[in-house]
Design a protein around this ligand. Sequence first.
Ligand SMILES: NC(=O)c1ccc[n+]([C@@H]2O[C@H](COP(=O)([O-])OP(=O)(O)OC[C@H]3O[C@@H](n4cnc5c(N)ncnc54)[C@H](O)[C@@H]3O)[C@@H](O)[C@H]2O)c1
Length: 333
Amino acid sequence: MIKLAVLGCGRIGQMHARNVSNHPDFSLAAVYDVNKEFGEKIANELNVPLVSDDKEIFEDKEIDAVLIASPTDTHIEFIEKSVATNKPVYCEKPIDLDILKVNECAKRLKANKVPIHLGFNRRFDPGHVEAKEVLKSGEIGDLHQVLITSRDPGLPSWEYYQAAGGLLRDMTIHDFDISRFMLDEDPIKVFAITNALIEPKLKTELNDADTVMIIMETASGKQCHINNSRSSAYGYDQRIELVGNKGMVLSDNKKINNVRKFSSNGETTSVVEHFFLERYYDAFMNGLSSFASCIKNNTAPEVGFEDGRKALLLAEAAYESLKTHQMINVNYD
Ligand SMILES: NC(=O)c1ccc[n+]([C@@H]2O[C@H](COP(=O)([O-])OP(=O)(O)OC[C@H]3O[C@@H](n4cnc5c(N)ncnc54)[C@H](O)[C@@H]3O)[C@@H](O)[C@H]2O)c1
């Protein structure tokens, strides 16, 4: 069993702590949160030690690995502490909001061999994985287009927007990553439009948006379209279409169950899973399995630091496109 500690016990940290304690490859060794109340809640629920300083985790030789689920601006510091103490690390996305800081960190970690697994959980969703397997089998022929829809079920709080660092680096970052996973190639051109159609003051007060469309192109000419919304009237909408010259494969929304009801009003089916904690439960667990496997087999993480850096570079290119109204050539240096 890999003894793992969770840093940050908020919305996603609590989920990770529960998942880690239910995962056959891990045991939850400790949790830490600067806000003792949040830490205590999950420590009591799972009956694990709560430490009062992250030092207690990094200096503990009995702890094998760490999972960073604290706010984005703490990720680089915790990644570097994990590497310095030789503890493989699972870090939530994004690495940071500032690409310059990420590039500086990449330079400092150039010779690093400690696994850094990035929390791009969608790569491990069974439907998305199966869609990619269908593509690889040749069933839909040569890939021409990837279409990614990602719409949240409802608006977050104003405080959330203020801390999130903008739609493209916070939310679309998942789609930039999954586009690279599906295309199996780096997009080299990006064009973006955004608007605040749902919450207009996002634009006027935070220069942010709630609705986005992106188009991208790879060197071989494959096309990708991403559309995001911070709120969707019909629930969490997560679909990916891969279109080839011989067919199309769709990784569809996940419904709560398979019940279909028939009445004078016609047919209704079950609603979709509420939000990411439910929709991507399997993906989060499979992501942990992948992390465990890279630790046990001494292999590189399936999704690592460089993937996090490249996703952020695509977000940077999209912001540049918004400013200039031009198609931007992506520079991956
Ligand atoms: N993969 C995904 O789908 C996904 C979903 C949500 C959030 N995230 C990412 O996870 C991270 C956390 O997001 P969240 O929504 O859980 O935030 P949150 O605000 O709910 O939780 C963050 C927690 O970290 C604690 N914290 C703050 N500073 C800390 C520090 N220095 N050390 C330890 N704990 C500290 C806070 O007290 C809080 O409890 C963010 O980077 C976010 O982008 C990823």
